[in-house]
Design a protein around this ligand. Structure first.
Ligand code: CP
Length: 314
């Protein structure tokens, strides 16, 4: 059984192929008739233990555009609230014979654990502070479409690196495709040993953004900071929030990205989030396309990026 648990499991050619596939899905999503029959008869279950706007809705739309039957499991009104464990919930859903299970969970490793227990494909939609592979793929697609390449670009990932699964997946992916990756954060929001992930570390925004091609901002994840250092919002924005003055250090045509949800006035100023360099809405659009591509690749692996399956067409 094939799964997508993390970017670390993908080779550079795997990533490029998924991006080619997703490019085709962008064209499908822009047509007035968006529905295809690639996954007709297949069942997709979305199991989200953590809040989500973009990831859950785009997985749902992606499944529907591929013709799958999509079920959103409402964890808040499920037997999880009566104490049912992740594994028991997963085994219960598995008994209904889904073809693909999408999971978001607050614990690192939850998706990998599930993949060992169920008989269907599993996609990690974010597990704790570990990985968020489809976010990194959609970010890569956004960059590749805007800049024409990823290799050789300088990408500055800024903010709460410590708690960010988005940062981890992006660092692995961008390095695999040949970008120069920088992380920019106060020392308190940098994980120990981050240098071992092949990144250049900066603790000052203007130094970290100097001549960057892409500036990727991250949300300050205050909900994961219980008992540890929580910065003052005013000070954080002053030193690490992206505003027009700090952005001037990057290249004039630098792309500004944010995975969402955004905290305006905390890690990014509204004038930048809504400004001409912002690719934030494109990232959302690419999210549907990438999730279509990943599900097609897992459930119909012989398919080519052009949508042709030599086995099926004989
Ligand atoms: N970027 C992201 O994962 O957003 P959601 O939490 O809204 O899914």
């Amino acid at each position: 059984q094939r799964h997508l648990l993390g970017i670390k499991d993908l080779s550079a050619p795997d990533i490029e192929l998924l991006l080619d596939w997703a490019d085709r899905a962008v064209s499908i999503s822009r047509q007035s008739e968006k529905k295809t029959s690639t996954l007709r008869g297949r069942t997709q279950i979305n199991l989200f233990y953590e809040a989500s706007t973009r990831t859950q809705s785009s997985f749902e739309l992606a499944g529907k555009r591929l013709g799958a039957d999509v079920m959103n499991m409402s964890v808040a009104s499920s037997s999880v609230k009566k104490g049912e464990t992740l594994i028991d919930t997963a085994m219960t859903l598995n008994a209904m014979h889904p073809d693909i299970l999408i999971i978001r969970h607050q614990s690192a490793g939850a998706a990998a654990l599930l993949a060992q227990k169920v008989g269907c494909a599993v996609i990690n939609a974010g597990d704790g502070t570990h990985e968020h592979p489809t976010q990194a793929l959609l970010d890569a697609l956004t960059i590749r479409r805007a800049k024409g390449r990823i290799s050789g670009l300088t990408v500055a990932i800024c903010g709460d690196i410590l708690h960010s699964r988005v940062a981890r997946s992006n660092i692995i992916l961008l390095n695999a495709l040949g970008a120069q990756v920088r992380v920019v954060a106060p020392s308190t929001l940098l994980p120990c040993g981050i240098e071992q992930m092949s990144v250049h570390v900066f603790r000052d925004m203007e130094e970290g953004l100097k001549d960057a091609d892409v500036v990727m901002m991250l949300r300050l994840q205050r909900e994961r900071m219980e008992g540890s250092f929580v910065p003052s919002i005013r000070e954080y924005f002053r030193y690490f929030g992206l505003d027009a003055q700090k952005l001037r250090a990057a290249r004039e045509d630098a792309l500004v990205m944010h995975p969402g949800p955004m905290n305006r006035g905390v890690e990014i100023a509204s004038e930048i989030a809504d400004g001409p360099q912002s690719a934030i809405q494109e990232q959302v659009e690419m999210g549907v396309a990438v999730r279509m591509a990943v599900m097609e690749a897992l459930l119909d692996p012989r398919r080519t990026p052009e949508g042709h399956n030599p086995e099926r067409s004989g």
